[in-house]
Design a protein around this ligand. Structure first.
Ligand code: TPP
Length: 549
């Protein structure tokens, strides 16, 4: 006989779970108690939104569901910030929520929410476990749903009295991952389409990739001399130094690349949905009938034809699709588009070279150049949302899979919890979080989590004193009418020290290198506050220029 709490934990152990993030609550004490006797690392966080984002980051970097546990009501609504990221970004994750006892449901008991009604839109599946004997069934399904097809977050709610009830259940077994393969005829058809194309391009996105499949796709692209772009915040899918790399298909896309996509005759879309941000608000590929021949590869058949009607729809995960590409090889000789591919890479290199000079005493361009020259190719970069993120997305040259954790959903506050999570996964690698002054303080309290677990991440807080992105839109739409976009900030370096970390303040460009090296040498979680002139709102246009049209 085992309690519901013990059965939950037994199922997690059987599924190979090594760590979970949580904020405790009285609603799931029985699970916390059962965790006491396992080797699972329980990462205690300061707010459930950050806890859920940590689980998202584990799921993002490993492909296995990240596990998070929170209490009912306010714990669950806080966690929904991370649920939304995992949903939009197609990340496997399981969120366990303590629930009110079974006989109190539907009375609006203390902190009661009916999660199947509340979270259906932000979770892939929401289940409530009424009977402890069914825990193995529900947990197995949660792992399967979170990882199969288009991955996403699953919510399992646990009535408090169910967790203390004892029952007999069979020993837990691990879930079986579900693969998805392209048909033979489909791969042959892809070869015909490629052979007939004059201006092809591949755009990589989504999840269910791996380091091996990224390398395999690179080899395929090399055989065909295909230009390759990466979807918004999915840059780790292609080595930016590879001469086939054409750039970031995201917000503020290189206009030359946008033109190439519009004028392409074949678009090979692998893994992503080509949603609003990568598609420049659905202008690069026509909805529903693309001008280009569209080959869309996505692990969820329901995504194929949902927005864009493809000419060839392949229901397969990127991993399984790429594994089938070895069979298709071009005829001997250089493809006709080789020179175009090289020109697109040249255009990318120019576009991703930062400006030397902008307003103020701190220049982000040279700082980015310094970071590029002084960090290892396996460094993990995290960020949230804000104009500051442009500096990473446009000027950092990603080299490897597993080096990026950034929300395609555009959620502020993601970077810090993601950095904490990434450093736990890869203590041997450097982890750098980019944050704005707005972004950082959304989940800034997770700096205490970095301190608690001695995770020497380096957080760059790019402080311009404003919610810059919104100010930029405001000045463009309502020039000179500033409303709700000014901020009053703490001394971020002093804040780092107050937590027990290392703090630096950079007010001039030339101070950055030494500040970074001291932060690295400190061996502590560190914050480097970079004071950026609010005029430097984009790498190329000042706030005043935007205001003045
Ligand atoms: C959770 C969340 N709230 C609000 C927004 C809207 N938003 C997008 S960017 C932004 C401002 C970001 O400010 P900051 O982090 O200081 O970076 P900056 O744009 O100034 O570089 C806001 C409020 C969002 N994307 N996510």
């Amino acid at each position: 006989m085992k309690t519901g709490g013990q059965l939950i934990v037994e199922a997690l152990v059987a599924n190979g779970v090594k760590r979970i993030s949580c904020v405790p609550g009285e609603s799931y004490l029985a699970v916390l108690d059962a965790l006491h006797d396992t080797d699972i690392d329980v990462v205690v966080c300061r707010q459930e939104g950050g806890a859920a984002m940590m689980a998202d980051c584990w799921g993002r970097l490993t492909g296995e569901p990240g596990i998070c546990m929170v209490t009912r009501g306010p714990g669950a609504t806080n966690a929904s910030a991370g649920l939304h990221v995992a949903r939009q970004d197609s990340i496997p994750m399981i969120l366990f929520i303590g629930q009110v006892q079974r006989d109190a449901r539907e009375r609006e008991a203390f902190q009661e929410i009916e999660y199947r009604r509340a979270f259906t839109e932000v979770a892939k599946w929401v289940g409530e476990i009424d009977d402890p004997a069914r825990i193995p069934e529900f947990v197995t399904r949660a792992f399967a749903v979170a990882t199969s097809g288009r991955p996403g977050p699953v919510v399992l709610t646990l009535p408090e009295d169910m967790l203390t009830e004892s029952t007999e259940a069979p020993p837990a077994r691990a879930y079986q991952p579900v693969e998805s393969h392209p048909g033979r005829g489909q791969v042959a058809r892809l070869k015909e389409l490629l052979a007939a194309a004059k201006r092809p391009i591949a755009i990589l996105g989504g999840t269910r990739w791996s380091a091996e499949s990224v390398t395999e796709f690179q080899r395929f692209a090399e055989r065909w001399r295909l230009p390759v772009g990466c979807s918004f915040r999915r840059q780790m899918l292609f080595d930016h130094f590879n001469p086939l790399y054409a750039g970031d298909v995201g917000i503020g896309i290189n206009p030359a690349l946008a033109k190439e996509i519009k004028e392409a005759d074949l678009v090979l879309l692998v893994g992503g949905r080509f949603s609003e941000m990568p598609s420049s608000s659905y202008t690069l590929i026509d909805v529903p009938y693309p001008r280009q021949t569209l080959v869309h590869v996505h692990p969820d058949p329901a995504e194929l034809g949902r927005v864009y009607r493809p000419d060839l729809a392949i229901a397969a995960s990127p991993r399984d699709f790429v594994a089938a590409l070895d069979d298709i090889r071009p005829a001997d000789g250089e493809p006709a588009w080789s020179a175009r591919t090289a020109a697109m890479h040249e255009a990318y290199l120019k576009w991703s070279t930062p400006p030397e000079k902008g307003p103020g005493d701190v220049q982000m361009g040279p700082i980015m150049n310094w970071i590029e020259a002084n960090t290892a190719p396996d460094t993990i970069f995290t960020n949230g949302a804000g104009n500051y993120a442009t500096w990473v997305h446009r000027f950092h040259r990603f080299r490897r899979y597993g080096t990026q954790a950034a929300p395609a959903s555009g959620s502020m506050g993601y970077g810090l919890p993601a950095a904490v999570a990434a450093k736990q996964l890869h203590p041997e690698r450097e982890v750098i979080c980019f944050a704005g002054d707005g972004c950082f303080l959304m989940h800034g309290q997770e700096f205490a989590t970095a301190i608690r677990y001695q995770l020497p991440i380096i957080v760059l807080v790019i402080n311009n004193g404003i919610y810059g992105t919104i100010r930029m839109h405001q000045e463009r739409e309502y020039p000179g009418r500033v409303s709700a976009t000014d901020l009053t900030n703490p001394d971020f370096a002093a804040l780092a020290r107050a937590y027990g970390g290392h703090g630096e303040t950079v007010e001039r460009t030339e101070e950055f290198a030494d500040a970074f090296l001291r932060a690295r040498a400190s061996g502590k979680p560190a914050i480097i506050e970079i004071k950026l002139d609010p005029e430097a709102i984009t790498p190329t246009r000042t706030l005043s220029e935007i205001r003045n049209g």
